[in-house]
Design a binder for this molecule. Sequence first.
Ligand SMILES: [Zn+2]
Length: 264
Amino acid sequence: MPDSSSSAPEMADNCPQHVDPATGHPRPPRREFKARGSFVIRCEGCKLPELNCLCPYKVEAESGVQVWLITHPLEHNKPTNTGRLIADVLAPTRVFTWYRTAPDEVLLSLLTDERYAPFVVFPDDQPDYAHRVVDIEAVKHERKQRIPVLILLDGTWRQARRIFRKSPYLDGLPVLPLRTQRLTRYRLRKPASDAHLCTAEVAAELLRQAGESEAANSLDDYFDAFNHSYACSRRYEKIETPSPAMKRLLEKRHAQQCASGSQA
Ligand SMILES: [Zn+2]
């Protein structure tokens, strides 16, 4: 929706607000506040700017390990959110919105469901839950009996920490930290450190370590296509030649469409 405050009357150049009172020099014109990208025309399907829509690259992958996202409410509607990419690629992915005082009933019942072995993905940097920390071998081991589930806390690092600390129903779960040397490739938000992977990257990396390489590769490529498409759209650049990741996704999609066509 257009911001009605953007229709403020234009001020003359000699308006006092345009002059620095200390130096008398003209100030640069004040820029109106606009949420970044709020004026961009977006695709209904992928929420990316239409200039470089992601929909042609959407593929599905199978995985013996599931992902459930607990998403901070402020993160949900951000088009730069990468958690939703996981749900695009892995159909059984579940997305829950986190409200501190109103835990999701479906999530609570799933956490007690015997079919699943949930792990909460979180750094092991605090001593008070050191006894709950496990490694990826625990995920692989569970797969013999149950469906391992990676619970990802989807938000900024601050929000994720808050979800981890303020959700008593997560207190009994094993904590799985991501151990990797990989650095983030995410270009849409500035991370505090290149070692902070975004949600889709964390999922891809843990799936790979758990032995789900097909799902991991598809998600990695899909994230790469998202990152590339979005970054180009911000520069108003139309992608003319698909990147290597995009080419792999197009091939995979084509193969999936042929396979589903021959079944019909
Ligand atoms: Zn689209």
